[in-house]
Design a protein around this ligand. Structure first.
Ligand code: GRF
Length: 208
């Protein structure tokens, strides 16, 4: 059984896709042992409660400085003793210590085809605003392992989504979520739990 902690900051639709995938059996051998949010008001925490999953909030506001927050976040992750940490819309810079302790055991879902529209400042709607401003005809989502950089770790899976005439950032975000994020993140967790993923020399590989 692959025990996962899911880190969230907002609506939690990617968390919900994981919850539903486990319930429907499309994600095998995975158990969410804790949901952690930096935002007390995150609806994702409501989704966790509705699913009977322990939700914990670690808010930077409750700590004197970033170092104390980082220590608290690391502690809340370690307490749950996960095999894998899943960042699902988690708008927090991951502490280097957490990355070191969970090397190649943290995955993130990003709403673009990395290396496009990623890195510092590219999150949420901003990603889709940039894609529309550039006029790309195809965008999508990426699941990647997290390293010390921002959206720079080994790419595990990507899924392309067409940009349509008249798209707004909101309509494009919704399509990328529905057609890509909510498909590849559950798929990646199922593959990792089945032992079909390896990471070597900065590259991730799926062995079907
Ligand atoms: C998603 O677009 C995800 O790709 C990005 O942040 C958003 C989170 O959405 N990282 P949700 O909280 O999973 O609904």
């Amino acid at each position: 059984m692959l025990k996962i902690v899911v880190c969230v900051s907002g609506g939690g639709t990617n968390l919900q896709a994981i919850i539903d995938g486990i319930a429907q059996g499309t994600i095998g051998n995975v158990r969410i042992v804790r949901v952690i949010s930096n935002n007390k008001k995150a609806y994702a925490l409501e989704r966790a409660e509705q699913a009977g999953i322990e939700g914990v909030c670690v808010s930077p506001r409750d700590y004197a400085d970033r170092e104390q927050f980082n220590r608290a976040l690391l502690q809340k992750v370690e307490e749950a003793a996960p095999d894998l940490v899943v960042l699902a819309g988690f708008l927090v810079v991951i502490p280097p210590e957490l990355i070191r302790r969970y090397e190649n055991r943290i995955v993130n879902i990003h709403p673009s085809l990395i290396p496009s529209f990623c890195g510092t400042g590219y999150y949420g709607l901003k990603v889709h605003e940039a894609a529309l401003a550039r006029g790309v005809k195809v965008t999508g989502a990426t699941v990647h392992f997290v390293d010390e950089g921002t959206d720079t770790g080994p790419i595990l899976m990507q899924k392309a989504v067409a940009v349509k005439d008249g798209d707004t950032p909101e309509s494009l975000q919704r399509r990328v979520m529905e057609e890509a994020e909510w498909v590849i993140l559950p798929k990646c967790l199922d593959l990792i739990a089945a032992g079909k993923v390896t990471v070597a020399d900065g590259q991730a590989h799926i062995t079907e």
